[in-house]
Design a protein around this ligand. Sequence first.
Ligand code: HEC
Ligand code: HEC
Ligand code: HEC
Length: 449
Amino acid sequence: MKTFLRILGALVIVGVVALLAFIFWPVSRSAPQQVAASAPEPAEHGEYAMRLADCAACHTAEGGEPFAGGRPIESPVGTIYSANITPDSETGIGGWTLAEFRGALIDGLDDEGHHLYPAMPYTNYRGLTETDIAGLHHYFIEVLEPVRNDVPANDLPFPFDQRWGLRAWKWVAMPDVGFASGAASDDQIERGAYLVEGPGHCGACHSPRNTLFVQDGYTADDAGFLTGGVIAGWTAPALRGEDSAIAGWTAEEVAQILGTGRNAHAAINGEMALVVEDSTQYFSEDDMTAMSRYLVRLDGNGADTAQAEEGPSGGLAERLSDDPATETERILASADPDMPEGARLYLDNCGACHFVDGKGADEVFPELDGSSIVQAGEPTGLISMILHGGALPSTETRPYALRMPGFADRLSDEEVATLATFLRSAWNNKASGAVETGAVADMRSEEGG
Ligand code: HEC
Ligand code: HEC
Ligand code: HEC
């Protein structure tokens, strides 16, 4: 018995020491990598790198000063507020050395070595080149004006408020440091891979996550990468695979929607509108081409041909003459007084702009036939569009914001649900499952509509 107690005692001590080591053993930052001799000067490059990495989206609160932080970011365990990353020495990151700044982007550590929550997408930024990091550091420390802004404390319950716990999460979740150049067939596609997998952090929203909130794959070689995710209740649609909308688009059309928020098929809304406004509209022509060529050639998009990259986009007239009329189109065109209620609601409220064939008009009224928002796993985006309408992002090349009116005042919860259910399987759409009246009621009250 005595020996047993002694062994038990020893085990407890070992356990406590291990736990203390886990909590207090100093963390270390990873070592920087080699920098290419031809790299641009940080001073010329910083602002562009900031656009590529879209630091503005999270670090600017609604109505707040750019980069002064305080934007609430909902996570499965509570609310995290983005940090003030202007060079203010008390409330921001004034005085952070390049190594400390790099530690935040690559290792998820602040200047004192505390773990940062993965609401800051450092798992994606781990691929950033040292050149982009140096450019960003120069921009945030030397170029930006300091803004004094105290950010609210995070609203997280125990044990999630304990930052040391993130150490274990990082063991599971962190990919290797550096951009792992894949098997890209040319330099331009390699550049596209870097932009999407690294600074663009597209996978943070467009990839699924497991129960530990670990992103399923960080590069095109991972099967789960860019196969669709959920962000703030909206579905971020799959960007690869037969069922994804972009599998049927040309590289030119992908570039169009990322540059202007619209193309012949779809329009951008929700979280993605911010991405276009703050980030992708500023990509150089070369980078935009690189990114969209990479995207259309992703495994599963079946577009690895010059035709798919450059082929003509089916204009409205062409598509109308090509596609046989769908059953939905026949019902809508029949003006039959006994048509299903969903179809009637569509004709009365939506048909004038989106037309009976659901094809809308190129770059003005998006297609609802084949639309990712309409068929998304989470109907949030569709309900939100019907209740509140939407505005296309305003970009430099297309400054006017084209609006769709909201129907919150005209349609009841039940009518919105019926209409949404109809749309999800109208024309060639294939989403299953009825939209519940309750889901509409929830969104109406949530958004004060
Ligand atoms: C998806 C949202 C998101 C994006 C994009 C993002 N950040 Fe963050 N960032 C956060 C959040 C949230 C925090 C606070 C994390 C915490 O409290 O642990 C943070 C923390 C930081 C910190 C640590 C600040 C401190 O005082 O501890 C730095 C530095 C930083 N971000 C820089 C950047 C830069 C530079 C970019 C662009 C390259 C960027 N972030 C892009 C969400 C984001
Ligand atoms: C903050 C989350 C977020 C990030 C980051 C993000 N997206 Fe999105 N994206 C979304 C959401 C949500 C939608 C659906 C809304 C819509 O279609 O209007 C979307 C829609 C899209 C669409 C339209 C797809 C379709 O089927 O209609 C494309 C293309 C796209 N994103 C590409 C990208 C690329 C490329 C990047 C990286 C440069 C990126 N996204 C980064 C959230 C995000
Ligand atoms: C006055 C013209 C007009 C009417 C009427 C209209 N829309 Fe729209 N709709 C638009 C415009 C313009 C857009 C693009 C703006 C945007 O996406 O924010 C759009 C976008 C959409 C989208 C997003 C599609 C995508 O792929 O991004 C959906 C879904 C949608 N409308 C559904 C409807 C439904 C359902 C109705 C009827 C209740 C309706 N619309 C009535 C003009 C209209």
